[in-house]
Design a protein around this ligand. Structure first.
Ligand SMILES: Nc1ncnc2c1ncn2[C@@H]1O[C@H](COP(=O)(O)OP(=O)(O)O)[C@@H](O)[C@H]1O
Ligand SMILES: [Mg+2]
Length: 299
């Protein structure tokens, strides 16, 4: 299984929208996809399940928090597959595809848990690897061997849980709006990721590789099918910098992206033929190629 984290310490840059569409798009192409929602705001979870479904069927015992709790007391690792839920509306849409889309839901207390784990690390720095390798170890469980790809939707921070995602990942996608303030943090995020991987490897016998990272431009404003001048300037600057962007970009369309989560079916599985859907499919192709590339590297 290849693990891809969708990560940016900024909020509102399109992480969750990208995760949902990429997951659904890969599943429509026959891949078996597992989504992990690491954000206590649970936007990804409620893009596939209704809020009552989340509250009644998932929150009590099937969330990513239960996974972390279980790793503390040794229970979850026996059956982490039990945390997985299959969203009904997407399953119906995908009924003719051999692919599948499953999800491990978020929990409201995830951000508190992040703080608690950070406090544990402060008081016991020798537990660095233990505390940062929980997702990595968990995803290696045989229960997940049936998946081709795991997509991890991170919270808008670079806390201990997001670092767990980096340690588990083969590939990182960094969605960003092409405006000055949004792109401003990308270099510092890249630096923090590098520092984290270096520290992990300095403390661990088992070394991890720093996952290759790509920027994904989201909410791109088009005029005559080209990004508007102000955005194009920012995009060129990123292209010249340290983290290469994907060549496919996601256009700005509040009217299309805004309502989709409420229907429980990502935009990519909706109407065909629209330029907007084509662009999402191109994005899936580009990420697919990257996933296959990292697999080749690992083999
Ligand atoms: N390409 C887009 N065009 C317009 N609005 C978008 C686009 N992508 C996401 N949005 C909207 O922007 C808001 C933030 O998106 P979201 O994916 O939740 O970002 P994040 O996970 O980074 O916080 C949501 O209301 C979403 O509907
Ligand atoms: Mg989000």
């Amino acid at each position: 299984m290849q693990v891809v984290s969708i990560i940016n310490h900024k909020g509102g840059v399109g992480k969750t929208t990208l995760t949902a569409n990429l997951g659904a798009g890969l599943a429509a192409r026959g891949r078996r996809v597992l989504l992990l929602d690491l954000d206590s705001q649970a936007s990804l979870t409620v893009s596939f399940f209704t809020p009552p479904e989340w509250a009644e069927q998932l929150l009590p015992e099937r969330t990513i928090k239960h996974w972390f709790d279980g790793l503390d007391d040794g229970t979850a690792l026996e059956s982490p597959g039990g945390l997985v839920a299959t969203p009904r509306r997407v399953r119906e849409k995908l009924s003719r595809s051999p692919g599948r889309l499953d999800l491990i839901a978020a929990h409201r207390d995830l951000s508190d848990m992040d703080t608690i784990l950070a406090a544990q690390l402060m008081s016991a720095p020798e537990r660095f690897v233990d505390l940062h390798s929980r997702l990595r170890a968990g995803l290696e469980h045989p229960a997940f061997a049936e998946y081709d790809v795991a997509l991890i939707d991170c919270a808008p921070n670079f806390g201990l849980i997001a670092r767990n995602a980096v340690a588990a990942s083969d590939l990182l996608l960094i969605p960003t709006k092409p405006d000055y303030l949004s792109t401003n943090g990308i270099d510092s995020l890249g630096l923090k990721i590098r520092e984290f991987v270096d520290e992990y490897n300095a403390r661990s016998l088992e070394q991890i590789t720093r996952p290759p990272a790509s920027v994904v431009f989201t909410m791109v404003q088009l005029h005559d099918d080209q990004p508007i001048e102000a955005q194009r300037a920012v995009m060129s600057r990123i292209e010249a910098g340290g983290v290469a962007p994907l060549s496919t970009t996601i256009r700005d369309s509040k009217a299309v992206y805004g309502p989709a989560p409420e229907y429980g079916v990502p935009v990519i599985l909706g109407g065909t033929g629209r330029a907007l859907t084509r662009e999402l499919r191109d994005l899936v192709s580009e990420v697919s190629a990257q996933i296959d590339g990292t697999e080749g590297m690992a083999a």
